[in-house]
Design a protein. Structure first.
Length: 84
């Protein structure tokens, strides 16, 4: 699985990586090094975040379905049985 980011987002992330390295490690890295790091993160670490997002979405859907099921059941009306 490889995530394709819009160019604007990728450029912004690359700039953020360069700033991070400068502020945290006192290192200046170029565009190519930052892009390579981003590609590594997307390929090797990204699936963990993606899978967690899928799991979170699944839990939200399950909660919504339970709520919907309860709402639908609340619409039921009792049936009165006649005794002869």
């Amino acid at each position: 699985m490889y995530i394709k980011l819009p160019k604007e987002n990728k450029d912004l992330i690359i700039d953020n990586l360069k700033v991070f390295f400068y502020n945290e490690r006192s290192e200046e890295i170029g565009d190519l090094a930052a892009e390579n790091l981003l590609d590594f993160v997307i390929k090797n670490i990204g699936p963990y975040f993606y899978n967690q997002g899928v799991k979170d979405a699944k839990e939200v859907c399950e909660q919504k379905m339970m709520s919907l099921e309860e709402d639908i059941q609340s619409l039921e009306r009792p049936i009165l049985h006649r005794r002869d």
